[in-house]
Design a protein around this ligand. Structure first.
Ligand SMILES: Nc1ncnc2c1ncn2[C@@H]1O[C@H](COP(=O)(O)OP(=O)(O)OP(=O)(O)O)[C@@H](O)[C@H]1O
Ligand SMILES: [Mg+2]
Length: 286
């Protein structure tokens, strides 16, 4: 059973708005969003492209683009991150949060070895020596299923497969022992078999390391297998939220029902994808 004591909550987002500055003026891309993630829990954010998933994640991490402004509250262990000075916020995010992106190629340096890239944060944040950082990097790779015999520490990113790159990203994201892991479409660029391996790996690491995980995807079927709770977003609004089992078995929103029907994982063949007329739902929340 879930408990809801304040101590049990790691991340509590209250009334989050995100506005982006455009030549025509500010445009709101996240509206009064509420999210709650328990310690050691898993929360999914699901929605189609442009629904505001990454804006929400980057607002939580404190790495919004310069053209975007967040307001409301992002309570992390009870402290409002939005009210902290930028430097303190970045330090807190660096220590407490790990981030796995969709595209590891753009997050990894093309001309530095994997070992050199893994060692840098370990030396900076944990004060390890060069030798200790190398040993720890080898352990971390082992933890994500890359044994030392693969020689990955001395490899460059272009020499690795997509699945291996994402494993390296995950190893880096957990290297400073974060409490919260945010995975934004971590498997969208991978084929189905590798996708499952990576999500299973995240689930194992969560269990082993006691992490809380925020998993972002456009695929409700996929998220439903890996999360306790879920928020369904459309055009910056939460259309529905609650325990994943309930949302999937008895969706309250017609939009969620459409997403379920559109998910090939939940027994519908991809060549019969229904088209969701989202204009029917957007009006309801304005
Ligand atoms: N740097 C930016 N400057 C201005 N607007 C942006 C910027 N990044 C995203 N947006 C806009 O904010 C809205 C939300 O975008 P966001 O990237 O959060 O969507 P998303 O749900 O992550 O989509 P996807 O599934 O494609 O990753 C979109 O309308 C997008 O056009
Ligand atoms: Mg995104």
């Amino acid at each position: 059973m879930t408990t809801n004591s304040t101590d049990d909550i790691l991340l509590d987002v209250r009334g989050l708005d995100v506005d982006v500055l455009t030549p025509e003026g500010p445009r709101r891309v996240v509206h009064s969003l509420e999210l709650t993630l328990r310690r050691r829990g898993t929360l999914g954010i699901v929605g189609e492209s442009g629904s505001g998933k990454s804006m929400t994640a980057t607002a939580v991490m404190g790495i919004l683009p310069e053209t975007a402004i967040a307001s409301g509250k992002v309570l992390y262990r009870g402290r409002d991150l939005l009210s902290l000075p930028a430097r303190e916020r970045r330090a807190m995010a660096g220590r407490e949060m790990g981030f796995v992106f969709q595209e590891p190629m753009s997050a990894l340096h093309p001309t530095k070895t994997i070992g050199a890239q893994m060692a840098a944060p370990l030396r900076l944040h944990l004060g390890l020596t060069r030798r200790q950082a190398r040993a720890r990097s080898a352990e971390l790779l082992d933890l994500v299923g890359i044994p030392p015999s693969r020689g990955v520490l001395d490899a460059y990113v272009h020499q690795l497969s997509g699945g291996m790159r994402q494993r390296v990203m995950i190893a880096m994201s957990i290297s400073c022992e974060p409490a919260l892991l945010i995975a934004d479409e971590p498997t969208t660029a991978l084929d189905a078999t590798i996708q499952k391996q990576i999500l299973d790996l995240l689930a194992d690491l969560r269990e082993e390391l006691g992490l809380s995980v925020l998993l972002i995807s456009h695929d409700l079927g996929l998220v439903s297998r890996y999360t306790d709770d879920v928020v369904v977003m459309l055009d910056g609004h939460a259309m529905e939220s609650g325990p994943t089992d309930r949302v999937v078995s008895a969706p309250e929103s017609g939009y969620t029902r459409g997403l379920l029907e559109a998910s090939p994982r939940l027994g519908h063949s991809p060549d019969r994808l229904p088209v969701i007329d989202k204009s029917r739902f957007t009006k309801a929340v304005q």
